[in-house]
Design a protein around this ligand. Structure first.
Ligand SMILES: NC(=O)c1ccc[n+]([C@@H]2O[C@H](COP(=O)([O-])OP(=O)(O)OC[C@H]3O[C@@H](n4cnc5c(N)ncnc54)[C@H](O)[C@@H]3O)[C@@H](O)[C@H]2O)c1
Ligand SMILES: [Zn+2]
Ligand SMILES: [Zn+2]
Length: 405
């Protein structure tokens, strides 16, 4: 019986909202057969979605730039109200409103015990780490839906302390499932601290969240680079400096014009493998951002790399890039003793503290990323506008629970 609806990938450039069964408290078949564990999931809950955001990571699939099959359900940025709890769930209750880290984690394995929830060993037979609604990530159903199942709920859910306070700030809190912790992780792992000068590549939602986080961490100057004028203006709206890479100018020179020297203390890649080269209308050149960061980050700097790189890209520019092998000038980073922080952001490492900042009115992330609310039926339009570079973060509100601004 179809009593749920979810956003589904229908082939390059296409998504649709389709009927699907109401979630069961059961693990996906891939996980059950691949890892040889029980299907029944008494540790799980069902959430009624309050908000669920569209992400640049979804766009890689929808552009046909991953091996996602047609029919892949989408959505990993989940905030919801608990409506059903399994018998082994002890600490969350029906009615709680919670943020869900996009990383699915068991809370029991070696990696989870070390706080590395982005590479949990018990949720995806194909590799370490899993996510809702994502290719190669364990076959978990997507959360751009009306309802979704969340396993290992006591471990994964971040409960908001007060329901009314949560709903009043829901457009900020919805960013805790991914981009606020991810942007923060990018800045933090790059070593941003009091007084740092920072270069953030990419002014999409993750880049804006990284830039905003760098400010929270005390950066003296945050420079955001992109070739999208609207997105650069969005970065400027909260005090960032900007560099327009479509100008074809030299990045180090543009940085020198701002900070007085051609280097920064820390750099963040918020672009990933679909990076384009510099100059108006430049073609895709996947190593551009990594090479830019090694060029402009000072010796000893940290490079935070939340931007996503894949192991399989059918739409890549050449055969090497099709397997994720790109022309990174590693010798330069090695010579400068750079450190690289890659991979999924372990959301649980940051989400509670960032929630506290939001609830204390000390972080206004929704405004920084220009959050806009749309209905579930409008998801295809949201995907299309976002793909065209709108300077917005699309937040789907499937049950009309987001209070009017
Ligand atoms: N590591 C994680 O846990 C994690 C979590 C969320 C998102 N991501 C990844 O972060 C990346 C950014 O996400 P988003 O939602 O902001 O995506 P997005 O596609 O909206 O933004 C990417 C931006 O990069 C710009 N860009 C392209 N080439 C560039 C270049 N050479 N220099 C500077 N800017 C350039 C584009 O114009 C665009 O504005 C994606 O790769 C996404 O998959 C990773
Ligand atoms: Zn995301
Ligand atoms: Zn685990």
């Amino acid at each position: 019986m179809a009593d749920n609806r979810v956003v589904v990938y229908k082939g390059p450039g296409k998504v649709a909202v389709e009927d699907i069964d109401y979630p069961k408290l059961e693990l996906p078949d891939d996980v059950v057969t691949g890892l040889g564990i029980k299907k029944a999931a008494p540790h799980a809950v069902v959430l009624r979605l309050v908000t669920t955001n569209i992400c640049g990571s979804d766009q890689h699939m929808v552009r046909g730039r991953t091996t996602a099959p047609v029919g892949q359900t989408l959505g990993h940025e989940i905030t919801g109200e608990v409506v059903e709890v399994g018998d082994d769930v002890l600490f969350v209750k029906p009615g709680d409103i919670c943020s869900v880290p996009f990383n699915i984690a068991c809370g029991r394995c070696r990696m989870c015990n070390e706080g590395k929830t982005g590479i949990c060993l018990n949720v995806n037979p194909a590799r370490a780490g899993a996510a809702y609604g994502y290719v190669d990530m364990g076959g978990w159903l997507g959360g751009q839906a009306e309802y979704v199942m969340v396993p290992f709920a006591d471990f994964n859910l971040l409960r908001f302390p007060d329901r009314d306070a949560a709903l009043a700030k829901i457009l900020d809190l919805t960013m805790l499932s991914d981009i606020f912790p991810t942007g923060y992780h990018g800045a933090y792992t790059a070593g941003v601290t009091t007084g740092s000068t920072v270069y953030v590549a990419g002014a999409g939602p993750v880049g804006l969240a990284a830039a905003y986080s760098a400010q929270l961490l005390g950066a003296s100057v945050v420079i955001v680079g992109d070739m999208n004028a609207d997105r650069l203006a969005q970065a400027g709206s909260f005090g960032c400096e900007t560099v327009d890479l479509s100008s074809g100018g030299d990045l180090a020179d543009m940085i020198a014009d701002i900070v007085g020297e051609p280097e920064v203390d820390a750099a963040v890649d918020a672009v990933g493998f679909e990076a384009r080269g510099h100059g108006a209308g430049a073609a895709e050149a996947p190593a551009t951002v990594l090479n830019d960061m090694m060029s402009v980050a000072r010796a000893g700097a940290g490079l935070g790399i939340p931007g996503l790189y894949v192991t399989g890209d059918p739409g890549a520019v050449d055969d090497n890039a099709k397997v994720g092998q790109i022309g990174v000038r590693l010798g330069l980073g090695w010579a400068k003793s750079h450190t690289f922080a890659t991979g999924q952001c372990p959301v649980k490492r940051y989400n509670r503290q960032l929630m506290n900042l939001i609830l204390a009115d000390r972080a206004h992330i929704a405004q920084a990323v220009n959050a806009v609310t749309i209905s579930l039926d409008d998801a295809p339009r949201g995907y299309q506008e976002f793909d065209q570079g709108a300077a917005k973060k699309y937040v789907i509100d499937p049950h009309g629970m987001v209070p009017a601004a």
